[in-house]
Each structure stands twice: as structure tokens, then as C-alpha cells.
Design a protein around this ligand. Structure first.
Ligand code: NAG
Ligand code: NAG
Ligand code: NAG
Ligand code: NAG
Ligand code: NAG
Ligand code: NAG
Length: 390
């Protein structure tokens, strides 16, 4: 086993020098053919397969020599990043089988990718297993064991993430930062095992983004399903979010540029969540939140644990500050709700709005019908008109 592995690594190194074609086999090491003239002048190998416990380091070393990188049942040791940053334009990365990431108390990330025109795919049945249960202590990112972030896609342009399944993330799953024209199709984040001890297991954190389309995502977690801190032209559709903190704009105020515009959440179900539709701006922050639409959103919160469910729809401008004391440095305009229906848990508040003086305007709500729970008696500075009621 060990010798086979060493040969695989040597093969990858040699083929990247000579430009020899690697042939992809299921979980098998790379097979080489005799060098041919066209291979000798080819800039890089067609496909390289990396596997086992040393595959992570040979993949990092040889990544620029492969147009397709197959990561087959890798065991990435704790404390190491599976580093696919700086890939050549047009590279395809395929996860096969179960990729496990060993335990280490560190910040991560467990996986990192960057480049232009990159495709990262999960093959049928593949799983990236973060072994979250080894970390979860109910304290998330604010205490206890230091937990790594999982999937870092920063500085990624005109690229696609597809069919990736993350299981048991120690904390945050997808960090999408400095991404331009990124398409994310049919990814799954399954942190159901963290129901009692998982925390801050956000599925998608989006910062400094322009042009992100996420469709068909399925998420079971214990924090935001989506959290957008800064970015423009973002679409999340046909999604399913369960157990977490909903579809969120913010928290706004932590970035250099605190601006979010043209975001649409459409055709999605938010199940058993602490809140479902959420805009949160940090107390004292400045910024702009403009043109945010939630369309055809179903709140599936009937019978949710009363101690857990808080709100159906919430806009708060006192985040991280004093609840009930909103500030007005972040404007929230063009907030559109269309056909947002369903039920919240019995102790939850259906709609809660606390805006600063004059900071919320030009909202338009139609077809909002949330049942169950309670009506708020403490909404403040609600945008006038536009069918908004609190
Ligand atoms: C991605 O596009 C942005 C915006 O055009 C650019 O600033 C950045 O350098 C590009 N990133 C890469 C990795 O080429
Ligand atoms: C994003 O896509 C648009 C439309 O296809 C294109 O005009 C723009 O240059 C792209 N931006 C980046 C940073 O690649
Ligand atoms: C808003 O973003 C979507 C992508 O989600 C894009 O198709 C559309 O053109 C953008 N609208 C404006 C006004 O920029
Ligand atoms: C917001 O929407 C309005 C009305 O559709 C449009 O005029 C404006 O350009 C949009 N702004 C941004 C930043 O998308
Ligand atoms: C309202 O949204 C739900 C999903 O939440 C969808 O099934 C229904 O068709 C939508 N109704 C209209 C009139 O679009
Ligand atoms: C709101 O939804 C409830 C439950 O589905 C339904 O009984 C009620 O008729 C709806 N109200 C409006 C105004 O559509």
C-alpha cells in the first residue's frame, strides 16, 4: 500500500516534468503510458489522480501541471490545508469517494481554491467529511476548541462549484470572498449531527462578491444558511435550509466596504429555523443595503421548539448592540417581499422590524402571510407604505 502510494507521487512529479498523460482510474494510482511527442510538448498532463494520506501534499505541489485534478478518497491530516490555490485557468477539480479531514485545533481552512474558470465538482456519492463531532462543544467560534473553517473559495472568477457535499463542518462551510461570477449548483451541507453541540456552522458566507448564483443548495446547520456581508448581484434559488438562522443579509458593518445590493432569494424553503428572512446591521455601523428581494419563500416552522424559534421575518439595526436601540448609519432601501408564507413556532414573533430613524425606506411587500407565533408590539421606524406591516 505504502509503496504504491509513493510510486503514485513520484509518477505525478515526473509526468508534470515530462508532460506525460496521466490516466484517471477510479481509486487507483495514476497509470502512465510511454511518452509520445505530442505529450512531450503538452504544457501539462491531462488528468492527475491523488489519493490516500499523502495525496493532499502531492496535489498541492503538482496542481499547476494538471488540467484535471482528481482527489480520490483523500485523508487530509489535521492542521493541513488541502491547498488548490492559484490553479491554472480552466482547471477542473473532482472529489471522489470520501475525503476526510483529520482533527486539529486550528483556524483552517481545510480546503482552499482560487483561480479563473475553475470547476470544482463532487462526483456522485462523494463526501467531504470535516468530522465536526470531534470539535463541537456548543461554543462554536466564540470559545472552547479552536475550530477550522472548511471550504475557502477566495479570489475565484468565472468559476463553478457543483455537486459538492460537505458533512459535519467544525464551523463555517463555504467562505466565498473576492469571487466574481461564481455559479454554485446542487451543493449540500449536512451538519445534522451537530444539532445539539454544533454552533456557527454557517453554510455560505459571502463577502466582496459580484455575480454569485447559488441554486439547489440543501443545508442542515446551526447558523446562517446564507450570510451576505458585502456584494452585488447575488441570487440564491431553489434552496432548502433547515435548523439554522435563515437567509440573511449581514451582519452589515464588519467589512471595509459595507455595501450589499441586488440580492434575490427565490423559491426556497426555510425549515425549523431561529429566523427565516433576516437583515441584520451592526449597531453604529455605516453602509448601504439596497434592492433585496425574497420571492416565493416558505417558512416551515410549525411545531418548532419554542425555546429556539425567534422570528419569521426580522430586520434589526441594533445587531451586536442593545436590542431595541437601533442605529441609522446603514440604509435599507428597496426591500421587497413577494409571496413569503408559512408558519413560525408558537413562541416566535412573526415579523419584527427595528430600524434607525429614517434609515429604512422604499420597501415593497406583497403576499406576506406568516401564521403562528405572536405579533410584535415593539417595531420601530417601519418603512411607511409599500404594504409593510409589523
Ligand atoms: C478576478 O476578477 C477581479 C475583478 O475583475 C480582479 O480584480 C481579480 O484580479 C481577478 N482574480 C484573479 C484570480 O484573476
Ligand atoms: C462577469 O460576467 C460578466 C458577464 O458575463 C462579464 O461582463 C464580466 O467581465 C465578468 N466579470 C469578471 C470579473 O469576470
Ligand atoms: C441583479 O443580479 C442578477 C443576478 O443575480 C442579474 O441577472 C441582474 O442583471 C442584476 N440586476 C441589476 C439591475 O444589475
Ligand atoms: C435598485 O433598484 C432600482 C429600481 O429597480 C434601480 O433603479 C437601481 O438602479 C437599483 N440599484 C442597484 C444598486 O441595484
Ligand atoms: C408562493 O411560493 C410558494 C413557495 O413558497 C410556491 O409554491 C407558490 O407557487 C408561490 N405562489 C405564487 C402565486 O407564485
Ligand atoms: C394565510 O395563510 C393561512 C394558512 O395557510 C390561510 O388560512 C389564510 O387564508 C391566509 N391568509 C391570506 C390573507 O391569504
Amino acid at each position: 500500500m505504502h509503496r504504491r502510494l509513493m510510486r503514485t507521487i513520484a509518477t505525478v512529479a515526473v509526468s508534470s516534468l515530462l508532460g506525460i498523460n496521466g490516466v484517471v482510474g477510479a481509486a487507483a494510482p495514476m497509470i502512465t503510458s510511454s511518452p509520445r511527442l505530442e505529450d512531450a510538448i503538452a504544457p501539462r498532463a491531462d488528468a492527475c489522480t491523488f489519493s490516500g494520506s499523502l495525496g493532499y501534499s502531492s496535489a498541492s505541489v503538482s496542481k499547476a501541471s494538471c488540467s484535471t485534478i482528481v482527489l480520490s478518497s483523500l485523508q487530509v491530516p489535521g492542521g493541513k490545508t488541502l491547498n488548490l490555490e492559484g490553479l491554472k485557468d480552466g482547471t477542473t477539480v473532482v472529489f471522489e469517494g470520501t475525503t476526510t479531514f483529520g482533527y486539529a485545533a486550528w483556524e483552517g481552512s481545510l480546503f482552499s481554491v482560487s483561480g479563473n474558470k475553475i470547476t470544482v465538482k463532487g462526483a456522485e456519492g462523494s463526501v467531504l467529511d470535516g468530522q465536526g463531532a470531534l470539535y463541537w462543544d456548543g461554543l462554536g467560534g466564540s470559545g472552547g476548541v479552536i475550530k477550522p473553517k472548511f471550504f475557502k473559495a477566495n479570489h475565484l472568477n468565472d468559476s463553478v462549484l457543483e455537486g459538492i457535499t460537505i458533512k459535519n463542518a467544525p464551523k463555517n462551510s463555504f467562505s466565498l470572498n473576492y469571487v466574481y461570477n461564481l455559479t454554485v449548483n446542487d451543493v449540500t451541507v449536512d451538519d445534522r449531527d451537530g444539532e445539539s453541540l454544533g454552533k456557527n456552522t454557517d453554510a455560505f458566507n459571502i463577502n466582496n462578491a459580484d455575480g454569485v448564483t447559488i441554486t439547489g443548495a440543501k443545508v442542515w446547520n446551526q447558523d446562517d444558511c446564507v450570510a451576505i456581508n458585502s456584494g452585488n448581484n447575488i441570487y440564491f434559488g431553489s434552496g432548502f435550509c433547515s435548523g439554522g438562522h435563515g437567509l440573511s443579509i449581514g451582519s452589515i458593518g464588519s467589512q471595509t466596504v459595507n455595501m450589499v445590493s441586488n440580492v434575490t432569494f427565490a423559491d426556497s424553503t426555510v425549515q425549523k429555523s431561529q429566523q427565516s428572512v433576516r437583515i441584520k446591521t451592526i449597531s453604529g455601523a455605516t453602509g448601504t443595503v439596497q434592492n433585496i428581494t425574497y420571492r416565493n419563500i416558505f417558512l416551515d416552522g410549525a411545531g418548532v421548539n419554542a425555546a429556539y424559534s425567534d422570528y419569521g421575518i426580522i430586520v434589526t439595526q441594533s445587531y451586536s448592540g442593545t436590542s431595541g436601540k437601533p442605529t441609522n448609519g446603514v440604509t435599507v432601501t428597496g426591500f421587497v417581499l413577494q409571496n413569503v408564507t408559512g408558519t413560525v413556532g408558537s413562541d416566535a414573533v412573526r415579523v419584527y422590524i427595528e430600524c434607525g430613524v429614517g434609515s429604512c425606506s422604499d420597501w415593497s411587500w406583497s403576499g406576506v402571510n406568516v401564521t403562528g407565533g405572536k405579533k410584535s408590539t415593539t417595531c420601530q421606524n417601519v418603512a411607511s407604505g409599500g404594504g409593510v406591516s409589523c
